[in-house]
Design a protein around this ligand. Structure first.
Ligand SMILES: [Fe+2]
Length: 156
């Protein structure tokens, strides 16, 4: 069988599932970074940032599930161990960060990395006529671009 999902080629689905796993791994590290920032943030901006980081990790948790289930839909297997995530992810692991600007800078750096992968997947899925993955990526991209704008505004 070389055609799945009503016309999507198996080889395209495999390439996309692999790229989506790359995105998933990066997202999981991003998610865990956000939890650390939520817990460890200190200073005068505590209340504002503690809440903001929770909002961001809750959103990431939903996106992680959407990505994993898209991989399954494409007949792939989503990565699901910390070991795999660390091996695949390019996002730096944030440890013991309590300073507000350092925390926000880590998020900006991480979102930029996620956007890079998402744009790549957007292009591949567009060429493969994989509308499901394509529309997911365009939703993620527009949301994260807006978040990046706000975080950069906060940084001044
Ligand atoms: Fe909490």
């Amino acid at each position: 069988m070389d055609i799945i999902l009503s016309g999507l080629k198996t080889e395209d689905a495999q390439v996309l599932a692999t790229k989506l796993n790359d995105l998933l791994a990066n997202f999981q590290v991003y998610y865990q970074n956000l939890r650390g920032l939520h817990w460890n943030i200190k200073g005068k901006n505590f209340f504002e940032l503690h809440t903001k980081f929770e909002e961001l990790y809750t959103d990431s948790q939903e996106k992680v599930d959407l990505i994993a289930e898209r991989i399954l839909t494409l007949q792939g297997t989503p990565l699901h161990t910390f070991q795999d995530y660390i091996n695949v992810s390019k996002i730096p692991v944030g440890k013991d960060i309590s300073k507000d600007t350092e925390a926000v800078e880590l998020i900006v750096k991480s979102l930029s990395e996620l956007l890079k992968i998402e744009r790549e997947i957007l292009e591949i899925s567009g060429n493969a006529d994989d509308e499901g993955t394509n529309s997911m990526m365009s939703d993620f991209i527009s949301e994260q671009e807006k978040t990046l704008w706000m975080l950069n505004a906060w940084l001044g």
